[in-house]
Design a protein around this ligand. Structure first.
Ligand SMILES: *Cc1c(COP(=O)(O)O)cnc(C)c1O
Length: 379
């Protein structure tokens, strides 16, 4: 027993990551890869509470390191909002808003492609979640006009749109939903976990009340980190302070991310702000890659032509192979890994998601050739 536990302890002091250095196509990871500046910040601020050297009671007001400038000067124009704050992640941002604006038993209306964290956040508040169904296979589109009858029927406290969703990478008509939100006077949350930090996006232009981003998903941050932007009219509701400690946000339990998550988010921000300007190139890269995989017999799900780097494919040929090989669905993971590629969830071959965001065209060409080689090998 004693010996076993010392072995386990030994393992903890030698933690290593298996997929380091491979071509990374995993949708969760491609927008969260750190910049060199963030890697420096990671070491510099790695010690616990190191951001609090000069804190006077409120994280977002710290001037050294320049957190206040980041939150007050840089984030609002980037998000197209009036007031911004820092959260622990997209899910915590959604929870904060729901918890501030709705009470147990209230309803909210969300798109059918919602992320699971939307539902869990709503459950934590005690809300009823009503979904607007998608059109089903293969495009899974949601017509935002279908929010209207549900708004009339359920009188929701909030509506939410996932932009894009994390399953198909569909970009729905967010502006139209903004008009609907104004017409019926219902606060509108835009969940931009896969948008903020990847593509240009503006809460104001879309006509939402809240915009939510994820630092580790799309802003080159170690995380867990998130950003929440809002109209000024919601500041007093969502960012209300403790009655006892006047500098402490209630919804953030005083302060949000205290250290490396925030410092890496800030260190990467100049790069992230610049990279969203090259979104057109990202989209054409994704469309080219998708067309090449379709030539191999894979079927791209979601909108076509696609407007996001998150791609979901049905792969009937790979599924057939997985049924007759010893490794079952894991054969694809194994074959790709041997070629230096990390992407589809291990075990999945029938349908899988990939993101082209972090790989360049040359690497993606190699990925396409690798899929060809794998199909040939087993044919
Ligand atoms: C990843 C993801 C989230 C969760 O993001 P966190 O920052 O980890 O909470 C929420 N919504 C969507 C659409 C996502 O893809």
């Amino acid at each position: 027993m004693e010996q076993k536990s010392s072995k386990s302890l030994q393992k903890l002091s030698e933690l290593r990551r298996e997929h380091k250095g491979l071509i990374n196509l995993m949708p969760l990871q491609t927008g969260g890869i750190l910049t060199d500046a963030a890697r420096v910040a990671l070491m510099e601020f790695g010690d616990g509470y190191s951001v609090c050297d000069f804190c006077e009671g409120s994280l977002c007001n710290v001037t050294n390191p320049p957190i206040r400038d980041f939150v007050q000067e840089l984030l609002p124009p980037f998000l197209g909002c009036e007031v911004a704050t820092i959260t622990h992640g997209a899910r915590e941002g959604k929870f904060m808003v729901m918890h501030s604006l709705a009470k147990p038993g209230d309803s909210i209306i969300v798109d059918g492609n919602k992320h699971y964290t939307t539902v869990v956040a709503a459950e934590r508040v005690g809300l009823n979640v009503i979904g607007v169904p998608n059109s089903g296979h293969p495009e899974f589109r949601v017509d935002v006009n279908e929010y209207v009858p549900l708004i009339k029927k359920h009188a929701p406290k909030l509506i939410l749109l996932t932009y894009p969703d994390g399953n198909y990478g569909n970009l729905l008509d967010a502006r139209r939903l903004g008009e609907i939100a104004r017409e019926y006077n219902i606060p509108y949350i835009l969940n931009g976990a896969y948008a903020v930090g990847r593509m240009p996006i503006s809460m104001e232009e879309i006509g939402a009340d809240f915009i939510i981003g994820s630092g580790h998903k799309s802003m080159a941050s170690a995380g867990p980190a998130g950003v929440l932007g809002m109209r000024k009219k919601w500041e007093e509701t969502v960012l209300r302070k403790s009655g006892t400690y006047s500098k402490k946000d209630i919804e953030l339990l005083g302060c949000s991310i205290r250290g490396v998550p925030l410092m890496t988010l800030m260190a990467s921000f100049p790069y992230v702000k610049e990279r969203v300007q090259h979104w057109d190139e990202q989209v054409s890269k994704a469309q080219w890659f998708s067309a090449e995989l379709e030539k191999l017999g894979f079927i791209q799900l979601g909108e076509k032509p696609h407007r996001h780097d998150l791609l979901h494919f049905d792969a009937p040929a790979l599924y057939e192979i997985s049924k007759r090989v010893r490794e079952k669905g894991y054969f694809l993971y194994k074959e790709l890994k041997e070629r230096g590629i990390w992407g589809p969830q291990p075990g999945l071959a029938r349908s899988f998601k990939l993101s082209t965001f972090a790989a360049d065209r040359q690497q993606l060409g190699f990925v396409i050739d690798s899929f060809k080689a794998i199909l040939n090998k087993y044919s």
